[in-house]
Design a protein around this ligand. Structure first.
Ligand code: NAD
Length: 460
């Protein structure tokens, strides 16, 4: 979208399980968005003046309120996006945990001080930026939103949240629950699709645009911020590689690849999107990975894709790969029946010119390329336009160290495909975004630093 489009009147969500309607919600237009920003702006001064300790108490109360409604919110998430019930509940509880974490960290968030000369002091004061627009995706909607909202609120910002059009009921209910225990106007939720999001990002009265979502949207939001001067935080798409060395157990490596590629049907920003396996263990690895996929398909253990639009995009990557020399060792075909299910798919014989390798597929697809050495795997893994995260499986310390030094990604994981910093701190690179979207560093992103210099007047 370049010029601002008019939002449709409402959003209807269809179940990814069977295509039946889940519900309909209105889309906020220009007037509602303007009002939402005005409400958050009006509440900003009092909230900024509230002591960090007290803000921590409010955020803790919001976390407790969410915990009280965890099953309900997780249920909505499952109905709207197809997320497996246990994983949806896990996502909500992760959100509760994150809100608690920020409630504790906010009051102890601090700056630096130094002494310019004997009778002077220099220090930094972290101030709230003002009003934050938080624009969030559907694939782990509560956990992701809770992080942005928790960090923004506890540091004294007010927030306008726009959840994804693919889970507006989940987002709206989350907003009701949190806002229900927070001071008036501190958190406002607007529902709608990209058009509503675009109208929001173009509002002059916003101080931060925090976006978690696709790279294309992140770039559009960064452009919008150039004219308003808002600070931008972007946590965007990934194309994470997995490099498998010749000294690891191929069956364990295949389990890791399967967890990385198939969890939440591959709809995780840090899903394994491409695999480089050493030729020496390629055969047993591929066999075990195909077995992992077939087992998931037989058990119907996989969540459906979020909708048919997503399924078409995933299948287009797979079909293109199959037409250009890849072989499907498992999956690769659209199943009959309602909903937007897609099987766990293993593709062998993939090369670097295929979109399934160069782009984020965001589905349960593991495209595999056989390499002649760990170094060759690292070289391919370091390529491409994304820089979210990467994993290597190796027993050799020298190989692990090379991977840590050479992979241009925000997070490098050795021997655990979903390892990561407690609290989730990570700084994506290149097309994967900019700034910290999680962890204690998000408190820095949500504040601006004022440098203060205090000196004695001359003595008479
Ligand atoms: P998306 O960018 O399409 O949508 C995310 C949000 O942006 C939604 O609320 C949407 O309405 C809004 N939006 C869309 N176009 C907009 C515009 N022009 N202006 C303003 N807002 C707009 O992303 P998605 O499809 O919902 O989510 C999947 C993507 O998110 C994947 O690429 C995934 O890797 C990424 N993701 C990244 C992380 C991370 O931490 N890096 C986490 C989760 C998801």
């Amino acid at each position: 979208m370049t010029s601002t489009s008019i939002p449709p009147a409402e959003l209807t969500v269809l179940s990814p399980h069977d295509g039946t309607p889940v519900g309909t919600l209105p889309c906020a237009g220009a007037d509602e968005v303007r009002d939402a920003v005005a409400t958050a702006r009006a509440a900003a001064l009092d909230w900024a003046r509230t002591s960090p300790e007290e803000r921590g108490r409010w955020v803790r109360a919001a976390a407790d309120a969410l915990a009280d409604h965890a099953e309900e919110v997780a249920g909505l998430n499952t109905r709207e996006t197809g997320k497996l019930p246990q994983e949806a509940l896990g996502g909500v509880m992760a959100g509760v945990g994150t809100l608690h974490q920020y409630a504790e960290l906010g009051p102890v968030h601090r700056g630096h001080s130094l002494r310019g000369h004997a009778l002077a002091s220099d220090y930094t004061v972290a101030e709230p930026r003002g009003v934050v627009a938080a624009i969030t995706p559907w694939n782990d909607p509560v956990a992701v939103a809770a992080g942005l909202l928790g960090a923004a609120l506890v540091t004294g910002n007010t927030v306008v949240h726009k959840p994804s059009e693919r889970c507006p009921h989940t987002g709206a209910r989350l907003g009701e629950i949190l806002a229900g225990v927070l001071p008036e106007g501190v958190l406002v939720t607007v529902t709608g699709g990209p058009e509503t999001g675009q109208i929001l990002t173009e509002q002059a009265g916003l101080d931060v645009l925090a976006h978690v979502g696709s790279t294309a949207t992140g770039v559009a939001i960064a452009h919008a911020a150039l004219s308003t001067g808002a600070h931008v935080i972007r946590e965007n798409g990934g194309n994470d590689p997995l490099v498998v060395d010749d000294d690891v157990d191929p069956v364990w490596a295949a389990e890791q690849a399967a967890i990385g590629a198939f969890t939440n049907a591959g709809q995780i920003c840090t899903s394994v999107e491409r695999v480089y396996v050493h030729r020496a263990i390629a055969e047993p690895f591929l066999e075990a990975l195909a077995a992992e996929a077939r087992r998931r398909n037989a058990d119907q253990a996989l969540a459906p894709l979020v909708d048919r639009r997503m399924r078409e995009a995933v299948h287009a990557h797979v079909l293109h790969a199959l037409e250009h020399g890849a072989t499907a060792l498992a999956g690769g075909t659209i199943p009959e029946g309602p909903g937007s299910h897609y099987p766990a798919t293993v593709l062998s014989g993939c090369t670097e010119d295929l979109p399934v390798i160069t782009e984020e597929t965001f589905g349960p697809v593991a495209p595999v390329r056989i390499v002649d050495s760990f170094e060759e795997g690292l070289r391919w893994a370091a390529g491409g336009r994304y820089g979210l995260a990467a994993t290597v499986l190796t027993g050799r310390i020298a190989h692990a160290q090379r991977a840590i030094a050479e992979l241009p990604a925000g997070t490098v994981k050795v021997n655990n495909v979903f390892g990561g910093a407690p609290g989730g701190a990570a700084q994506p690179r290149r097309a994967s975004g900019a700034g910290f979207g999680y962890g204690p560093e998000l408190l820095d992103e949500m504040t601006q630093v004022k440098v203060v210099h205090v000196e004695m007047p001359p003595t008479p």
